[in-house]
Design a protein around this ligand. Structure first.
Ligand SMILES: [Zn+2]
Ligand SMILES: [Zn+2]
Length: 483
């Protein structure tokens, strides 16, 4: 299945195809596909031959990072972004106030907590944005060491590593010019030796550090151990995998650094107003906007290109071509089509030989395929029962799914559960699997009143098949049931 170029409809060459028929292979636009509702699960079928249609997916990268970045600035001002901004702003205000109020001894751990809170949230945001989700809650800090101190150290380390070569060079090469300057004054009081700023080597090292910095942050956010951050082969390989988007991200972050300078100036002004704690809180919030954006931008880079560097599952990077667009027309329900044969205008299914004759499994399987193709529910159920002793993997998952749907419609819920479970089992990587599981959860929850098991299945769909319409559906259901 090619995922990089979209297909066009077989009958409407200018319309993007959102589905492909499993039977006749036609690419289908919303006009040529038909929707089919089973219970309340939406499925699609081919409008040309009536076969089951599968949703076509395409790589997220068809919407390039450059395009996504144009909308990225909105993130800190979205409902989810503002909520997190205010929560973290409050936390940091309290911690920084405590730091000022406390004895000297207590300051170091409080400063570490402040940095840890900040970096834990930053790295969390990178990961959430990389999943295409931006509804991060403040980490719950059950374990202060793991949830705050470690992320804080990682964040600090990345910045130290990025600036160390330039600073070390500056110190060693330009020490002679001002012999009295010791390293301590150098680093802590920013007394730059004369001549340093006109030294191209210093700027070159600074540039290298700046180019590495986004990679360091990405590796830290994804929990890579420190030595991997400094493995030149790994870093260069990753940079090559991310390609020009890495440079685009780095350039965007450079602009954000300048913006952060402005934010700090504004924050200083706010603090100078001295509206007690409000000044402090507002200034914390103002200085958080740019870091939030930076984390979101880094996450977006992984969201679009992460599969090229082995981040996450390659399947996660595929999305339905037409998003949530549905076929324009709906097919008559499965019940009306299959239940009884009188109204059926289907040309297939010639009168079949009596099932009493002992046909072998292969013949029965092809008879099942014919019955499913003709949507002949009674015949399909009969053949399915006859194939019971065969390993379920011999029956294609679409046929299990068909039986599951049909059994659910007919009220045979135990059979529906069995068939739907098999549909997901025999081809867990096919698009049929998440659809079968959602239907399974519905049968369990709404027909058999087993909400606990239904919930379990919905959660599994969310976890195993994120970014599918089934997962979106499951997400809505679990939210409804957990409220
Ligand atoms: Zn077809
Ligand atoms: Zn069409």
């Amino acid at each position: 299945m090619p995922h990089s170029t979209p297909s066009f409809c077989q009958r409407h060459p200018k319309a993007l195809a959102g589905w492909r028929c499993n039977t006749c292979g036609a690419a289908l636009c919303p006009e040529c596909a038909v929707g089919r509702r089973v219970q309340t699960v939406e499925l699609e079928a081919c409008g040309l031959c009536g076969g089951d249609a599968r949703t076509l997916s395409i790589h997220r990268g068809v919407v390039p990072l450059s395009h996504r970045l144009k909308k990225a600035w909105r993130y800190p001002f979205s409902a989810a972004g503002l909520q997190l901004l205010i929560a973290l702003g409050l936390f940091l205000t309290v911690v920084s106030w405590l730091t000022e109020m406390s004895f000297l001894m207590m300051r170091a751990p409080l400063i570490a907590l402040y940095g840890g809170l900040f970096w834990a949230t930053f790295f969390g945001l990178v990961r959430e944005s990389a999943r295409g989700d931006t509804s991060l809650d403040i980490p719950d800090f059950n374990d202060v060491f793991r949830d705050a101190i470690i992320p804080g150290l990682r964040g600090l380390m990345v910045f130290v590593l990025a600036s160390l070569p330039a600073l070390a060079y500056g110190y060693l090469a330009h020490r002679g010019a001002s012999a009295k300057l010791d390293a301590f004054a150098w680093f802590l009081q920013w007394q730059l030796p004369p001549g340093l700023l006109s030294d191209p080597v210093f700027w070159g090292l600074l540039l290298v550090g700046g180019l590495w910095l986004p990679m360091g942050l990405l590796l830290a956010a994804t929990g890579q151990p420190p030595w991997r951050m400094l493995d030149p082969r790994l870093v260069l390989g990753l940079a090559r995998g991310l390609g020009s988007d890495y440079l685009l991200t780095t350039a965007t972050l450079a602009v954000l650094v300048l913006l952060q300078g402005v934010a700090h100036a504004v924050a200083g002004g706010l603090r100078a107003l001295e509206w007690l704690v409000i000044s402090r809180f507002l200034s914390e919030c103002v200085t958080l906007v740019v870091p939030f954006l930076a984390a979101h931008v880094l996450g977006l880079l992984l969201y679009v290109r992460g599969d090229q560097v082995g981040y996450g599952d390659a399947r996660d990077y595929l999305e339905p071509v037409l998003g949530s667009t549905r076929p324009l027309r709906d097919a008559p329900s499965l019940h009306a089509m299959g239940g009884l044969t009188e109204g059926r205008a289907e040309p297939g299914s010639p009168p079949e030989e009596a099932p009493a004759t002992r046909v072998d499994a292969t013949e029965q399987l092809s008879a099942l395929a014919t019955a499913v193709g003709a949507r002949d529910v009674p015949r399909a159920l009969e053949l399915y029962a006859a194939l019971e002793q065969l390993p379920s993997s011999r029956v294609p998952s679409e046929h299990h799914l068909f039986i599951g749907q049909a059994a659910a419609v007919e009220g045979n819920f135990p059979l529906a559960v069995t068939a739907l479970e098999r549909a997901a089992d025999v081809a867990p990587d096919s698009p049929t699997a998440p659809r079968a599981l959602v239907m399974l959860a519905r049968v369990l929850g709404e027909r058999m009143n087993d909400t606990a098991r239904a919930e379990e299945v919905y959660r599994y769909v969310l976890h195993r098949y994120p970014d599918t319409s089934a997962a979106r559906y499951a997400g809505e259901r679990t939210r409804l049931t957990s409220d």
